[in-house]
Design a protein around this ligand. Structure first.
Ligand code: URP
Ligand code: ZN
Ligand code: ZN
Ligand code: ZN
Length: 472
């Protein structure tokens, strides 16, 4: 005799990366065990009539409790960051474990695991950031870590404390090729940005807005092309992260047309913000709330990004949640004395893990720009595949983890700081009107958030070791 289900979700519309259909979904021991027109018996029932039943959101690009070179404190640790993620319909997040220059990767990773231990509402898994590719790191640490389930790492083409030169990039790509890892590239040309920054400062142009001028789209295009060329030379897949506009997209399209394994990610800030947001009220410091890298561009780039979300130029839609406090004239905030002397001291990054899914659903699905199946592919299924979590995650199939987001496509909401669960003291999306909202988040069969309330007993997130990326 077949054992009954622990939980049945009845009457909803199941949506996957390829289909949508009416079905009941049965869960036992944290796994999906039944998908059928009607499920016989279950100890607990959820009525999902009128709701969409989606695989839980996977935010493949978030920064939590990450150390910064100047001691700026991030506004989210694992507790608040994953709480915010859960409220926003996510069941898994992938933050970065940063190698501090001069330290070993392992050392940094151990410290990072300690911060996450017991603190997470969602499941988590870490990408590595390689900032110091010493022979020891390239020859021993990195290969061993990939085999231990850290199957992706990020490299930076800018930032003084993180930038790798071309020789170092090629070395890291070589390791990725040998170990079948996925390299994520922050593609912005460091020298071009530094040159522009110095010139702007000489002209007295130091307001936050000029961050968007210094981090020019041409510098992003150039670095994107360089990263792709290096990847082609080494014959290794790459993921170009947080792509901001039309120019870098054209480089990615060029590569994809040639059959290269170049993958791309974009983020909410590039579809609903523009560089004008960095002007604040009147070229004032309010603009610091929108400082991120690459910066938001213009409406032409927004149009290009929508096209790319539809046509497959983009594989993944992440938040790049990287929260800093705005208020406070102390060193921990964006509004610190040094940041007021030049945009170059404003910490780069904005919060957004909780608003990623609502923004893409409302602006994309509701407004007819992308299908609901594409929404699921970009926000859950593709990240699961590309980062080695599929089909345990990102799929509504028998045997998968029962990570499910119940989505009300009609629910209207306004994004406000007061309504969010993150640790930051502002949202760059304040006042945005949204249609469609996650009303319940279920992790391995347990409700972790419902109607904006995150359940304390839902703090049961686990660390996920990952397999090889589907990019291989
Ligand atoms: O400005 C941003 N995006 N900060 C986060 C770090 C990064 O480069 O992803
Ligand atoms: Zn980056
Ligand atoms: Zn980032
Ligand atoms: Zn900058």
């Amino acid at each position: 005799m077949r054992a009954g289900c622990d939980l049945a979700i009845r009457g909803g519309t199941l949506v996957t990366a390829s289909d949508q259909f009416r079905a009941d979904l049965g869960i036992r021991d944290g796994k999906i065990v039944e998908i059928a027109a009607e499920i016989a018996d279950a100890r607990e029932e959820i009525d999902a009539t009128g709701l969409m039943v989606l695989p839980g959101g996977i935010d493949a690009h978030v920064h939590l409790a990450q150390p910064t070179s100047d001691g700026t404190v991030m506004a989210d640790d694992f507790l608040t960051g994953t709480r915010s993620a859960a409220a926003g319909g996510n069941t898994t997040v992938l933050p970065f474990a940063l190698q501090v220059k001069g330290s070993s990767l392992r050392e940094c990773l151990t410290a990072y695991h300690e911060k996450a231990e017991g603190a997470c509402y969602t499941d988590v898994s870490f990408h590595l950031i390689v900032s110091d590719p010493t022979p020891q790191v390239l020859g021993q640490e990195l290969p061993a870590l990939v085999r231990d389930g850290y199957s992706s790492f990020k490299v930076f083409m800018t930032y003084d404390d993180l930038v790798l030169n071309d020789a170092e990039l090629l070395d890291v790509f070589d390791v990725a090729r040998r170990e079948r890892a996925l390299v994520m590239v922050h593609a912005e040309g460091h020298d071009a940005i530094k040159h522009m920054t110095r010139r702007l400062e000489e002209e007295g142009k130091t307001a936050p807005y000029y961050h968007a001028v210094a981090h020019h789209q041409i510098a992003e295009r150039e670095a994107t092309h360089r990263a792709i060329s290096h990847a082609q030379l080494i014959d290794v897949p790459v993921m170009i992260v947080h792509v901001s506009g039309r120019d870098p997209m054209e480089q990615i399209q060029w590569a994809k047309k040639r059959g290269m394994k170049v993958f791309a990610e974009t983020c909410p800030q590039y579809i609903v913000l523009t560089r004008d947001d960095l002007k604040g009220l009147n070229m004032d410091f309010e603009g610091a709330k929108y400082v991120c890298s690459p910066p938001p561009r213009d409406t032409d780039s927004q149009d290009a990004i929508w096209e790319g979300l539809r046509d497959g130029t983009f594989d993944v839609f992440s938040s790049d949640h990287c929260p800093f406090y705005f208020e406070g004239a102390n060193e921990t905030g964006k509004d610190n004395p040094r940041a007021r002397t030049s945009f170059k001291w404003v910490p780069n990054g904005i919060p957004g893990v909780e608003t990623r899914l609502p923004i893409l659903f409302s602006e994309g699905v509701r407004k007819g720009r992308i299908s609901i199946e594409r929404f699921v592919a970009l926000t859950s299924t593709n990240p699961a595949k590309l980062y080695g979590l599929y089909p345990q995650k990102g799929a509504l199939v028998i045997g998968a983890d029962a990570d499910i987001t119940l989505w009300d496509p009609e629910r209207k909401a306004v994004i406000t700081q007061a309504s969010l669960n993150h640790g930051a003291d502002y949202t760059p999306f304040e006042g945005m009107e949204i249609e469609g909202w996650p009303v319940r988040t279920i992790l391995r069969g347990q409700t972790i958030a419902a109607d904006g309330e995150v359940l304390e007993q839902g703090r049961a997130g686990r660390y996920l070791s990952r397999a090889t990326s589907s990019a291989w």
